[in-house]
Design a protein around this ligand. Structure first.
Ligand code: UDP
Length: 367
């Protein structure tokens, strides 16, 4: 392997952003990617039915970061996509986050405006001065009844923990609305790359200064890889240290198993994502054609089964894991010439735009 200035472990959002930025500065970049494809968990592909699907679950981009929005628009046209989610509860499909329609349908009420909704919320909400865990967050936003119907069991399935055992940030992701707004996100920019994520990453990584090794294990090529100006590591932080600070015990992640099904009908369900908080072993069904607007007489869906084993997707924010992460972060901060970046290396539940933002800011800070 020829000498490279920059070595990057992982070709997901963080790795691809840093690679693109450094390559454009004239640096020679070598990416080592463990999987057989680029794009990290955003990777999508066309399935045998001809439908663009995501290998690791739906990725819906949304941001308020102006610089991130400008940046990603350099590599692909983005199609506006305004995400909505429905949950199947008590035999009905209701909007998530909770809005007026959710409350009316689930509780048989006739709330007509924001003032009435505010009054209803005030009666239902349980006050905490500062919610310390995900149960308290949900109770303080929607009250006990809706917490039980929409959030408690979904969260138990998804995380294999009671919401009370999880950091507040998990359920703080889901707001509550006092109106009829049924958007899942509130960000200024909500869009999907018109040709899919894989194509976006191909464009980002297409620079002649970037060399990508797929199926490449950094730990096997460590000698070679460390011979560079800067190293960026986007894998699990404890793995970098061979789990040595915790006597071999790993930081915990939740994973997902996807069951894909193709059906001989144009659409399987009325919405891109339908959540199943209380019934079913899966948490949600995603139907990809709703994202892309693709025309096809058939349709592909995936059912998401949360699991302890499999690819690390979600850092599990329990107090023990967060403490252990802090120990690794301290050890990492003492190392010279290596930067830990992204969801796995920071053990944080980043959204896609935060991953872009952190990588861009790191690059700016370093150059
Ligand atoms: N959640 C829930 N019920 C729902 C949707 C979400 O309880 O119908 C909880 C669950 O704990 C989940 C968290 O809210 O992990 C965050 O949801 P989000 O949709 O942001 O999860 P992601 O898309 O990142 O899997």
């Amino acid at each position: 392997m020829a000498k490279h200035d920059i070595v990057i472990v992982g070709a997901g959002i963080s790795g691809a952003t840093l690679a693109e930025r450094y390559a454009n500065e004239g640096k020679k970049v070598w990416i080592l990617e463990k999987r057989d494809h680029i794009g990290g968990n955003c990777y999508d592909y066309v399935d045998p039915a001809g439908i663009l699907v995501s290998k690791y679950g739906a990725h819906i981009f949304h941001t308020n970061f102006e610089d991130v929005w400008q940046y990603i628009n350099r590599f692909a046209p983005w199609r506006p996509y305004y995400h909505k989610v429905l949950a199947s509860v008590d035999g009905q499909l209701v909007p998530v986050p909770v809005n007026i329609v959710t409350v009316n349908k689930l509780l048989g009420l006739h709330i007509k405006n924001s003032a009435q909704m505010e009054a209803w919320l005030k009666g239902a909400q349980i006050q905490f001065t500062s919610p310390k865990n995900s149960e308290q967050v949900a109770l303080s936003r929607v009250g006990k009844v809706l917490y039980e119907k929409l959030f408690r069991n979904y969260t138990k399935k998804q995380w294999n923990k009671e919401p009370a055992e999880l950091d507040a940030l998990v359920l703080a992701r889901i707001p509550v609305r006092n109106d009829f707004n049924d958007g899942y996100f509130s960000d200024k920019y909500q869009a999907l790359p018109a040709g899919g994520y894989t194509r976006l990453f191909e464009k980002m990584l297409g620079h002649p200064n970037i060399h990508i090794s797929l199926n490449a294990d950094f730990f096997q090529k460590r000698q070679e890889a460390q011979n560079c100006e800067k190293l960026f590591y986007t894998g699990p932080i404890d793995g970098y240290f061979n789990y040595s600070l915790s006597g071999g015990k790993k930081l915990q992640y939740r994973s997902l198993r996807f069951e894909f099904e193709t059906h001989n009908k144009e659409f399987y369900q009325s919405n891109s994502v339908i959540n199943y908080p209380n019934t079913e072993a899966f948490t949600r069904i995603v139907e990809y054609k709703h994202f892309t607007g693709q025309k096809n007489p058939r349709t592909t869906i995936s059912k998401e089964y949360p699991s302890d084993v499999g690819e690390p997707y979600y850092p599990l924010p329990s107090p023990e894991n967060l403490d252990l992460y802090e120990q690794y972060a301290k050890a990492a901060a003492k190392l010279k010439g290596i930067h830990f970046v992204g969801r796995l290396a920071n053990y944080k539940y980043f959204n896609m735009d935060q991953a872009f933002k952190n990588a861009l800011d790191l690059f700016t800070g370093l150059t």
